[in-house]
Design a protein around this ligand. Structure first.
Ligand code: GDP
Ligand code: IMO
Ligand code: MG
Length: 423
């Protein structure tokens, strides 16, 4: 089988949606393997911008099948809205979109639990997207969850009531309360479940295994990024799934030996939305310029993303964990506005292990060490081939490649599908 992976190397929002869409023509199946509607994957072409949350980013290509894998958590309400948004395009969703019967379902009370937990944490809140992700994965690993396959069973509403009651007990045990109308949200939820049931719900690991036998090419689409991984990210300021390459095996039921290329995607700088340490964060005007020019507002929650310089210590760590074979660099065009550009090449660390991604990334523990580059100060967003790129831009690229020892195969210079340079 030829399964390639594409996954984020930073704190998410690297541009995965755009590149999955760009690469889709070379594949027959696009499969999301983890996360849920905390993701917001943006695609732009023909003057239209699309944001996908649960549905894989190959959905606009008519010949391709798109699978929501077992490692994904699905909110039927958000899923229904996504489907309604796509109805205006001529996509045969009922045959091209497949859903694993083992994917877990986000209940309305999971979202309330998420919000209540965040409020109770006060200043130390995670900055979650409030989409119920943490509580749903907790129920999955706690062996209480409800899976897509369950909603076809006769007694599934009893299961639902039982879990809902359990959640309400926990919600009531919190000191700080939030208001909600359970009857109303339940009504909306069950209406959305009806929609979900209209789709092809399958034993997806067998489907992928058969695809393997018939020589089909599969691209596994990650959500979030390596530094948000439940094990290897900046815990506890992480999401609740395995965002790294191993997550594609558990989230789709594919064997490690079947993985071929691992595309690691990163922005030419760094962003983070939500709480948690961020060594190269810029707190002055440069950060504001980056946010404004890069339009750094969350695709899911609309929150402002924190901005900072590229961090090679973190990138090397992400490459190591994922076994990246090819790199994709996004948003170099945003840096056209800077006279001087910095790259963090090491950390001045208390224990002097300056190129190791530390256990504690907090500002009191480490100081980033930078190498400075002169900016190219030219608009590159209309450039379509590598040899037209400014020399100073290529110096920036060459430095990164030399440090990371992996080729940058794709350079993105704007949000549109066409603003992509393949090397
Ligand atoms: P994802 O979650 O990894 O799919 O990324 P998001 O869609 O959340 O965020 C990436 C944002 O950057 C989106 O608004 C994209 O339209 C935009 N984008 C992607 N590539 C480029 C690029 O090369 N240049 C610029 N200026 N914007 C880009
Ligand atoms: P895509 O796929 C950026 C962040 C949240 C928060 C933390 C935990 O678009 O790159 P959660 O709701 O998962 O419990 O939130 O993770 N986060 C993301 N940040 N891009 C994402 O997805 C994210 N999904 C979650 O902001 O800090
Ligand atoms: Mg995003």
């Amino acid at each position: 089988m030829s399964v390639d992976l594409i996954l984020g190397l930073q704190w998410g929002d690297e541009g995965k949606g755009k590149i999955v869409d760009f690469l889709t023509d070379s594949y027959e199946i696009i499969a999301r393997f983890q996360g849920g509607p905390n993701a917001g994957h943006t695609l732009e072409f023909d003057g239209i911008k699309h944001v996908l949350h649960t549905i894989p980013s190959g959905i606009f290509h008519s010949k391709v099948e798109n699978l929501i894998g077992n490692g994904v958590v699905i909110d039927p309400v958000i899923f229904k809205k996504e489907i309604e948004n796509l109805n205006q395009f001529e996509i045969d969703l009922y045959s091209k979109l497949l859903i694993s019967n083992k994917a877990h379902i986000i209940l309305p009370t999971h979202k309330i639990l998420d919000a209540t937990s965040e409020i109770s944490k006060g200043k130390s809140k995670i900055g979650s997207t409030l989409r119920g992700i943490g509580p749903t994965y907790m129920d999955k690993t706690g062996r209480n969850g409800i899976r897509v396959g369950d909603i076809f069973e006769k007694n599934w509403e009893e299961k639902y009531d039982l879990l809902c009651k359990k959640h309400l007990k926990i919600i009531n045990s919190y000191e700080k309360k939030i208001e909600f109308n359970l009857e109303k949200i339940n009504e909306e939820f069950f209406e959305a479940v009806k929609k979900l049931k209209q789709f092809k719900v399958i034993n997806s690991q067998f489907y992928l295994s058969n695809a393997k036998k018939s020589g089909k090419k599969i691209l596994a689409e990650g959500a979030q990024g390596t530094l948000l991984d439940i094990d290897f990210g900046t815990y506890p300021y992480v999401t609740s799934s395995t965002t790294t390459a191993a997550g594609a095996c558990t989230g789709l039921g594919i064997a490690p030996k079947d993985i071929n290329e691992v595309y690691g995607i990163f922005k030419a700088y760094t962003t983070r939305v939500g709480s948690g340490p961020f060594p190269t964060e810029i707190n002055d005007k440069d950060g504001e310029i980056m946010a404004k020019v890069g339009n750094e507002f969350g695709s899911t929650t609309g929150r402002a993303r924190r901005c900072g310089w590229l961090d090679l210590v973190a990138l090397k760590y992400a490459i190591q964990i994922n076994g990246v074979t090819q790199l994709v660099m996004m948003k170099g065009d945003v840096l056209s506005n800077f006279k001087k550009i910095k790259i963090c090449t090491s950390y001045n660390n208390k224990d002097n292990s300056n190129d190791v991604f530390p256990f504690n990334l907090s500002k009191n523990e480490i100081i980033p060490i930078y190498t400075e580059f002169p900016g190219w100060e030219k608009d590159i967003s209309n450039i379509t081939s590598e040899n037209e790129l400014p020399k100073k831009f290529m110096n920036y690229i060459n430095f990164i490649e030399k440090e990371l020892k992996i080729p940058i195969k794709i350079i993105s210079v704007g949000p549109d599908r066409k603003q992509t340079i393949f090397r």
